[in-house]
Design a protein around this ligand. Structure first.
Ligand SMILES: NC(=O)c1ccc[n+]([C@@H]2O[C@H](COP(=O)([O-])OP(=O)(O)OC[C@H]3O[C@@H](n4cnc5c(N)ncnc54)[C@H](OP(=O)(O)O)[C@@H]3O)[C@@H](O)[C@H]2O)c1
Length: 331
């Protein structure tokens, strides 16, 4: 399968292009806003062709496109790619809000093309262990999720500081926490209460309270202003599952998860496999293209996550609890 890549992004070079190749795909073209930069990146990564700008890649004879652009460019470039008959793997968050994600999902359906969000953590086999522990009732009935995802982002020209480009901590790292809470609890929150602190027009940090049905809740925190931290705790009626590095375990990293029955007893470590989730994701994407099957990180799943994010953004603006809108689906 022939792939084109839009932009000279860091995550593409570091993780996703090697993963596409390892999964059996061929990366044949990269496009950039700056032809010279595109040529340099293509040379460094051994990509044969630099057709020019993004639309030149989309007009070339690639089968699939990987879009690792700033978040506000996901919608327009996805639509351009789908219109030209290309399958699309687009970075997270798929869009800036649920309405955009629904529009992208509808375009993919119309064109009978695969559109997937590159939410790589969902493909890590470690999560099969986590979900099995929950399914087998080893923590009892899930009652509460707590989690944090933060890192220190230096002031500078990173798109994450630019509100026009879809910057901010909630889109960048909070979206993982919302996604994982919905996944482990197996449902959708009905109401949220969020607060945030801002720098230069983007959320520097935010704290989120999500209310799920049956008196189940989540308390999540993310930010760009503190030391690197990333963890999730799922508290059940009988035990707690502690998940270190829930999102970025990579390649040789074999990071256990822990079952904690009481604070004064040592937790039991449960081994989890090492893997490259980007490679699994690229492989599953190409399988979906070959078989015409929906990918696990579909536009509908991304839209469900964005409905919660939409409510969080409204909540911190209104300084009030806000209901999560029901799914509308692609129209
Ligand atoms: N799944 C993951 O593990 C993961 C990790 C990190 C990031 N991401 C996601 O990947 C996307 C890109 O993140 P990144 O950290 O790789 O970003 P990045 O290194 O800043 O790359 C973004 C690229 O977009 C292009 N671009 C187009 N318009 C731009 C603008 N106005 N300002 C800046 N760049 C612009 C640039 O390429 P040209 O100038 O060459 O066109 C730039 O190199 C985001 O959606 C992010 O959420 C995912």
């Amino acid at each position: 399968m022939r792939w084109g890549v839009l932009g000279s992004s860091r995550i593409a070079a570091r993780a996703v292009i090697p993963a596409i190749r390892a999964a059996g795909g061929e990366v044949v073209a990269v496009g950039s806003r700056d032809r010279e930069r595109g040529s340099r990146v293509a040379g460094e990564l051994g990509i044969p062709s630099v057709p020019g700008g993004y639309l030149d890649v989309l007009n070339s004879n690639v089968d699939c496109v990987y879009i690792p652009l700033p978040n506000s460019l996901h919608l327009p470039l996805c639509l351009e790619a789908l219109e030209r008959g290309k399958h699309v793997l687009c970075e997270k968050p798929l869009a800036l809000n649920a309405e955009e994600a629904d529009e992208m999902g509808a375009a993919a359906l119309r064109q009978k093309l695969v559109l997937a969000e590159a939410l790589m953590y969902r493909y890590h086999p470690r999560w099969e262990v986590i979900l099995r522990v929950i399914r087998e009732g080893r923590i009892g009935v899930p009652q509460h999720v707590a989690g944090s995802f933060a890192f220190p982002l230096q002031p500078g020209d990173d798109y994450r500081w630019d509100p026009e480009l879809g910057g901010g901590a909630l889109y960048d790292v909070g979206s993982y926490l919302v996604s994982a809470s919905r996944w482990v609890l197996g449902g959708e929150p009905t109401r949220v209460l969020a607060s945030a602190g801002f720098r230069g027009g983007v959320d520097l940090w935010c704290d989120l309270l999500l209310e799920f049905p049956d008196q189940v809740g989540a308390a999540l925190s993310c930010g760009f202003s503190r030391a690197e931290s990333q963890w999730l705790r799922l508290e059940g009626s009988e035990a707690t599952l502690v998940i270190p590095a829930p999102f970025t375990a990579w390649r040789g990293q074999r990071i256990p998860v822990y079952l904690e029955r009481a604070p004064d007893r040592p937790p039991a470590a449960l081994e989890t496999p090492a893997a490259d989730p980007y490679q699994v994701m690229a492989g599953r994407f190409m399988e979906a293209v070959r078989e015409g099957s929906p990918p696990p990180t579909s536009a509908a799943e991304a839209a469900a996550n964005l409905r919660v994010i939409d409510a969080c953004r409204e909540s911190w603006k209104e300084a009030a609890a806000v209901p999560v809108s029901p799914a509308r689906g692609p129209r």
